[in-house]
Design a binder for this molecule. Structure first.
Ligand SMILES: Cc1ncc(COP(=O)(O)O)c(C=O)c1O
Length: 398
């Protein structure tokens, strides 16, 4: 049973069908002028429309990348590199303290090169405050990058408010842009680039039932980026390299399905998740929900079970055929407690005791029943083995 859909999702059979012809007979290079090229060019154009429709963008504003990581790199580094020559002062960017490493690591790398960065706090609910964004603003601020929804705790950030704030500043002549990483949000909640009023927005295919290795950056018309992959004129020169037509076609199909199903799927997953959580909290009065109960994605539940090590619970559940995670897949193997849960003000013990259950469209109510048969015993067993109950009482108080 797979409850780790925030890490990645299985490929939808319809998505697989959409990509197979481009792995078999339709192999042309989409830049070739002959028939083989025209055939694959048409597939790329169609997918661009499907992906654009998912986020209410124009197809010409969609740049295909190898995934969310590359899109975040292109958005932030590409933007800063494009702007740096036009400014006398060091640019300043604002981001949050709970971004995905593909944002945080770029921001830290840019800091080494003289860019100044403010990392906004998130408080106990895991949400950024618009007042903090306003207070962080400086003369030199050129970019705000705040994720749409967090990958570990699912909290949804006030991105439309930030977008409005940036838009108002721009109307007074300020040169400032807004990027949001919507990798977890797209396909789970409505993501509309006009409503958000963002200039750059990142999405990734493998979180919406398509294969890994493909994603996109929405680039609003008129937003300049310095390419990070120099090569041919593909993707309007912003991202050189022969397009992976099978992956692009798959992404297009997945985006189309997500556009059609986002509301119904989200409702069903939200109900499943809420049922799961209420039964967990009924059984474990001391369990703690990490993040905000309402302002979050419908498919993520991050729960701390005081007195246990999340990693031990994960392994225990895995041995019983249930896949969950302790945080993001990107930080697995790290001995450090989750920085996202720590950013909520949690102590190390609570951060280490957190488990992320992330639901996907293949999950059923029967699976939730099954996990509830197994999980309580596993938690109790680990608690009875725990060397001290100190961590437990300390965490329960948090
Ligand atoms: C919020 C967020 N941003 C970016 C990424 C990176 O996307 P990709 O795996 O396509 O590189 C992920 C993947 O886990 C994510 O959750």
């Amino acid at each position: 049973m797979y409850f780790d859909n925030a890490a990645t999702t299985p490929v939808d059979p319809e998505v697989l069908d959409a990509m197979l012809p481009f792995l078999r007979e339709k192999f042309g290079n989409a830049s070739s002028i002959h028939f083989f090229g025209q055939e694959t060019r048409a597939a790329v154009d169609k997918a661009r429309q499907q992906v654009a429709a998912l986020i209410n963008a124009r197809p010409t504003e969609v740049v295909f990348t190898s995934g969310g990581t590359e899109a975040n790199n292109l958005a932030i580094r590409g933007f800063v590199e494009a702007i740096v020559d036009t400014r006398d002062v060091k640019p300043h960017i604002i981001t949050s303290g709970i971004e995905h490493p593909s944002v945080t690591n770029v921001a830290e790398d840019l800091e080494k090169k003289g860019v100044e960065v403010t990392y906004l706090p998130v408080y106990a609910d895991g949400i950024v405050r618009i007042e903090d964004v306003e207070n962080a603003l400086r003369e030199a601020t050129v970019l705000i990058s705040v994720m749409a929804a967090n990958n570990e705790i699912g909290t949804v950030q006030p991105i439309a408010e930030i977008g409005k704030f940036v838009k108002n500043l721009r109307s007074t002549g300020r040169k400032i842009w807004f990027h949001t990483d919507a990798v977890q949000a797209a396909g789970k909640i409505m993501v509309d680039v006009e409503e958000i009023a963002c200039d750059l927005l990142t999405i990734s295919a493998h979180k919406i039932y398509a294969p890994k290795g493909i994603g996109a950056l929405y680039v609003r018309r008129g937003t300049r980026l310095h390419p990070q992959s120099l090569g041919g004129r593909q993707e309007r020169g912003i991202r050189g390299g022969t397009e992976s037509v099978p992956l692009i076609a798959a992404f297009g199909k997945a985006a189309e399905l997500a556009s059609q199903l986002v509301e119904t799927d989200s409702k069903r997953l939200g109900d499943l998740r809420d049922d799961f959580e209420s039964r967990i909290f009924e059984r474990f009065g001391d369990a703690i929900l990490n993040g905000d109960r309402t302002r979050r994605l419908p498919n993520i539940s991050n729960i701390a079970f005081p007195g246990i090590e999340g990693e031990a619970l994960l392994i225990n559940l895995d041995m019983q055929g249930i896949a969950v995670s302790t945080g993001s897949a990107c930080s697995s193997g790290s001995l450090e407690p989750s920085p996202v849960v720590r950013a909520l003000g949690a102590d190390d013990a609570r951060a280490r005791s957190a488990i992320r259950f992330s639901f996907g469209k293949q999950n059923t109510a029967d699976e939730v029943d099954r996990i509830l048969e197994v999980l309580p015993d596993a938690v109790e067993r680990l608690r009875s083995l725990s060397p001290s109950k100190t961590a437990r009482s300390e965490s329960s108080a948090a």
